[in-house]
Write a protein that binds this ligand. Structure first.
Ligand SMILES: NC(=O)c1ccc[n+]([C@@H]2O[C@H](COP(=O)([O-])OP(=O)(O)OC[C@H]3O[C@@H](n4cnc5c(N)ncnc54)[C@H](O)[C@@H]3O)[C@@H](O)[C@H]2O)c1
Ligand SMILES: [Zn+2]
Ligand SMILES: [Zn+2]
Length: 368
């Protein structure tokens, strides 16, 4: 069949929206008609090369839609089912999945390669096989994905909101609540309040944090952080440090989540300076693979038991967590509608990324 999709053909180029050929789902795969896709910063890492992946590739990894066809052997979903895609497959069978760490599912080894799990491609165009970012490529009207990357939702769940659970919401919420282990009464700093960081703010609020500081150089992001539950906002680390010192009488924060556009080694020391004894710095932003050094006081790690923790997909088990998040949304505690600052058509995907980069969007959303 034919589908319209946004393809990246080379680094530092624009997304090209064009008609592609899409194969039928093979064994263990499903064909999905997309309803919506969020514009996450991680797709932009593909453009800059910060996330190296073979091109050409269809972008997008935060989406939801309706099953059109279940491939051979698929029994979990059928035509017409509403589904959200997870940016990391959760097979439920590998050792990490079995240990409740399905964000680290062993199928993750295949997600930056381009083809489906059997090594063959479903998208084709201009005489080339075209890859799928994170096995998905949600910047397409239709896509084929492994059943391990698909979660069936209740028909009542609004798919445009559910799309955001495929990455940003689950990642941000989990970064504070799961990786950071935020507890009632804690003080939490969120460094970088974009589409992921804003959900780290919500996570801190829902976990019962007492002081939540949204740290971002962009005023619009600081204002938004207050709307989503931050008790304070700061434009610089110095400002945040003074604020946290005052609020905690010098004890400093329990958790600092780093959700900046890119994680840099130079972010670690300032983040560590914001947390106190046994404080956790959670690195959720994606670092460059070439960056192998980070600045920090090694002595602080020992003397104050400060910790630096990486967080992938918010240390979540999406087949469980997504339902908990939807239930928090139903009860009015988790905001999803308010996350979407602007909607775009697929043709305007580049405009959406320009708006993200200029700080105008909390989250942009493509609606099909
Ligand atoms: N670990 C994961 O599982 C995972 C999942 C999704 C996204 N990510 C990564 O998380 C990061 C954030 O993604 P996003 O979609 O929210 O991006 P975004 O562009 O929406 O937000 C980034 C925010 O960081 C702010 N910022 C930049 N430099 C800063 C600094 N020095 N101090 C404070 N704030 C600063 C920007 O103003 C912006 O508000 C990206 O690196 C993305 O690739 C990781
Ligand atoms: Zn993402
Ligand atoms: Zn697995």
């Amino acid at each position: 069949m034919k589908t319209k999709a946004a393809v990246l053909w080379g680094m530092n180029q624009k997304w090209e929206v064009e008609e592609l050929e899409l194969d039928k789902p093979k064994e263990g795969e499903v064909l999905v008609k997309m309803t919506a896709s969020g514009l996450c910063h991680s797709d932009y890492h593909l453009v800059t090369g910060d996330l190296p992946a073979p091109l050409p590739m269809v972008g997008g990894h935060e989406g939801a839609g309706t099953v059109v066809e279940a491939g051979p052997g698929v029994t979990e979903v059928a035509e017409g089912d509403h589904v959200v895609m997870t940016f990391i497959p959760a097979c439920g069978r590998c050792r990490p999945c079995a240990r409740g760490m399905s964000n680290l599912c062993d199928l993750g080894a295949y997600i930056l390669n381009g083809p489906q799990l059997d090594g063959t491609y479903r998208f084709h165009g201009r005489g080339h096989d075209i890859g799928q970012l994170l096995l998905l490529g949600t910047f397409s009207e239709y896509l084929v994905a492994p059943i391990a990357s698909v979660i069936k939702l209740d028909d009542s769940v609004p798919l445009d909101k559910a799309a955001l659970l495929g990455c940003g919401v689950t990642t941000g919420f989990g970064s504070t609540v799961r990786t950071g282990e935020t507890r009632a009464g804690d003080t939490v700093v969120v460094m970088g309040v974009g589409g992921v960081g804003i959900n780290a703010v919500q996570g801190a609020r829902i976990a019962g944090a007492q002081h939540i500081i949204g740290l971002d150089p962009v005023e619009f992001k600081r204002d938004k952080s207050r709307e989503f539950g931050a008790t304070h906002a700061a434009a610089t680390v110095e400002e945040a440090a003074a604020l946290v010192a005052e609020l905690t009488r010098g004890q400093m924060a329990d958790v600092c989540v780093v959700t900046t556009d890119v994680a840099e080694g130079q972010h670690v020391a300032p983040a560590l300076s914001l947390v106190g004894k046994r404080g956790r710095v959670v690195i959720t932003a994606i670092g460059r693979p070439t960056e192998t050094t980070a600045a920090m006081s090694v002595l602080d790690l020992t003397l104050y038991e400060k910790q630096v923790r990486g967080s992938l997909f918010g240390s979540s088990n999406p087949r469980d967590d997504i339902f908990e998040l939807l239930s928090l949304y139903d009860s009015g505690r988790l905001k999803l509608d308010e996350l979407i600052t602007r909607e775009y058509t697929l043709d305007d995907v580049n405009q959406g990324y320009d708006d993200m980069l200029s700080g105008r969007n909390l989250r942009g959303l493509i609606r099909y």
